[in-house]
Design a protein around this ligand. Structure first.
Ligand code: COA
Length: 309
């Protein structure tokens, strides 16, 4: 869906969307295609790339705020479709920080010996929770999925450091008010937009720049790695101006940030793994590189992960 498509349905312009967000296009999944269908394809490709049979996976973690069903988890749907006989499968609702949260949990499980191989996926069909009459939000979001396989290793590579934080006091800055136990959708529900994403964009923007920067500094400090040593930053793709703000504060040139926001928009939990996979397949990542991932989203929740490739 292009900016020109939005010009036909809401009061907006390609110029406004491009200069305020950096987004030109986003992918919208067709009707009938579920979050688990996109996740399944991403998981399949990750397993192929890792040459890992599904039966080797001990834990499958899916970051999503757009599960196929309220119950059960999308991870359990995928477990059945791809046949992971030996895995425990569960979702995490950490919005745009879903993949980094999954990575952090998988790392802990591997380090503690609970799991040897983990499959971490971020998958979203945000078009199902987007209000296409709200110009302040609808131009931002897209659908997609990405996944990665992690395994125990004695080599000097892998997830070096992770950091996660949240602050629930700002939860109403980015939320869906209705549809849960607080405000169930009853027969007389007015469908006035409260069952879709509501957002206070400008306040989130400031907190995102500040906390994403702090999260990056924290993992770098904890790992004893300098910003100069980072080969590539793979940030959550929410807004090009947020990424520029983080780059400036970290004093890392934008040329060392992987950017694909122009083609996908904000895909929430899918954003970081989509960018990571593209960067890898495009030859932007070499063996031994330090890769810094960072994300921020509804909760509010944010985090960073430092990986040695
Ligand atoms: N097209 C044209 N005008 C639009 C518009 C659109 N799609 N969306 C909003 N506007 C208008 C507003 O109505 C407002 O008009 P007004 O001044 O007449 O009231 C004006 O543009 C400025 O709105 P504002 O919300 O202050 O713009 P902004 O520069 O903060 O940009 C966002 C809005 C949403 C792009 C920006 O705040 C943002 O990206 N925030 C972070 C959101 C985010 O990343 N959320 C997910 C976190 S993971």
């Amino acid at each position: 869906m292009t900016n020109a498509d939005f010009e036909k349905i809401i009061d907006t312009s390609d110029e406004w969307i491009t200069t305020r967000t950096g987004i030109k296009e986003r992918r919208i999944a067709r009707n009938g295609l579920q979050t688990s269908d996109m996740a399944l394809e991403a998981c399949r490709r990750a397993l192929d790339m890792a040459v890992c049979p599904p039966e080797d996976i001990d834990v499958l973690i899916v970051g999503t705020v757009t599960p196929d069903y309220p119950l059960p988890s999308t991870a359990c749907v995928i477990q059945e479709k791809l046949a992971f006989p030996n895995a425990v499968a569960f979702d995490i609702a950490a919005a745009c920080a879903g993949f980094i949260s999954g990575l952090s949990i998988a790392r802990s499980m591997i380090e503690s010996g609970t799991a040897r191989k983990a499959l971490v996926c971020g998958a979203e069909k945000l078009s199902t929770i987007t209000d296409y009459s709200d110009r302040g939000t609808c131009v931002l979001f897209g659908d997609g999925a990405g996944a990665a396989v992690l395994e125990a290793s004695d080599d000097e590579v892998g997830v070096v450091e992770t950091y996660l934080r949240s602050d629930g006091s700002m939860r109403e800055w980015l939320w869906i008010e209705a549809g849960g136990s607080n405000q169930p959708i009853t027969p007389d529900f007015p469908f006035d937009g409260r069952d879709k994403i509501l957002m206070n964009g400008s306040d989130i923007f400031k907190v995102a720049v500040r906390e994403m920067t702090k999260a990056c500094v924290k993992v770098l400090d904890d790992a004893g790695v300098s910003a100069d040593d980072i080969a590539l930053v793979v940030p959550h793709q929410a807004n090009i101006r947020i990424i520029e703000g983080v780059a400036k504060r970290l004093q890392i040139g934008l040329d060392r940030f992987y950017l694909n926001i122009d083609r996908y928009g904000n895909t929430s939990a899918a954003s970081v793994p989509l960018a990571l996979d593209e960067a890898n397949r495009n030859g932007r990542i070499r063996s031994g590189d330090y890769i810094l991932m960072v994300a921020f989203g509804g909760g509010l929740i944010w985090g960073a992960a430092l990986v040695k490739w």
